[in-house]
Design a protein around this ligand. Structure first.
Ligand code: MN
Length: 233
């Protein structure tokens, strides 16, 4: 389809810079894993034996390293969740776990920003999670490190600081469902494709953010991400 056949201007392609490449990774879909570290499940008072489940954010909710993120509307309990992000270079339906890493382009570290009060209210009413999870600027991420350079990290410290004070810390090896298992599970329910990214769940220590907060987070071998929380939009 040629550009001139669109009736309105074509929306911009969401993308994440690739570290050291001078090029970007185009984002098709953002999937997120709920409850993937035992200590976080315990701090939220949820069922430790439940299988993983998935929710989504939209590609244009990506925020780049160094950005200021406006404090979002409607919430009084805005939370950070630092997470390993997996970026896919190919996909498919029903990908076996033992083939899953063949589809991975690389990794970044990001934050699943959450309006916790709205998420919990929607959960109590058995409504979808969108209002709590899927909102403007809710998916900041570091540049992507290609797996061709760093391999496929299965362990390594993942951490987040607010104003220089560490609030979250964990290790990738504490994930209940590892990256191959997440790709296997998610590909049972949707066909994955090049450009999809997956936020793989957060370790314990989630806490509330306020306007003016400076966040720095990272994951060993992958990189760091800095964002600032700005005034309400
Ligand atoms: Mn999360």
């Amino acid at each position: 389809m040629s550009v001139s056949s669109f009736v309105i201007p074509q929306p911009p392609q969401a993308a994440i810079p690739v570290a050291g490449e001078g090029k970007s990774f185009p984002v098709r879909r953002i999937w997120c894993v709920g409850r993937n570290y035992l200590e976080h499940i315990r701090e939220m008072g949820n069922d430790e034996r439940a299988p993983p489940f998935f929710f989504a954010k939209h590609a244009d909710m990506i925020v780049q390293d160094g950005a200021t993120i406006p404090y979002p509307p409607l919430t009084k309990d805005f939370h950070h969740e630092v997470e390993l992000i997996v970026a896919l270079k190919s996909g498919g339906l029903r990908i076996p776990a033992e083939k899953a890493l063949d589809h991975v382009y690389g990794y970044s570290v990001g934050i699943d920003l959450t309006r916790r009060d709205l998420q919990i209210a929607s959960r109590k009413k058995e409504r979808p999670w969108e209002i709590g999870k899927s909102f403007d600027h809710s998916a900041p991420t570091s540049p992507i490190q290609p797996a061709s350079k760093i391999g496929h990290p299965a362990k390594g410290r993942i951490w987040l600081q607010v104003n220089g004070k560490e609030t979250q810390t964990g290790d990738l090896e504490q994930m209940i469902w590892n990256v191959p298992e997440i790709i296997w599970q998610l590909s049972q329910q949707v066909e994955l494709a090049a450009g999809d990214i997956i936020m793989t769940g957060t370790p314990a220590g989630v806490s509330q953010l306020q306007p003016g907060d400076k966040i720095e987070c990272g994951c060993d071998g992958i990189g760091t991400l800095k964002v600032t929380i700005g005034q309400p939009a």
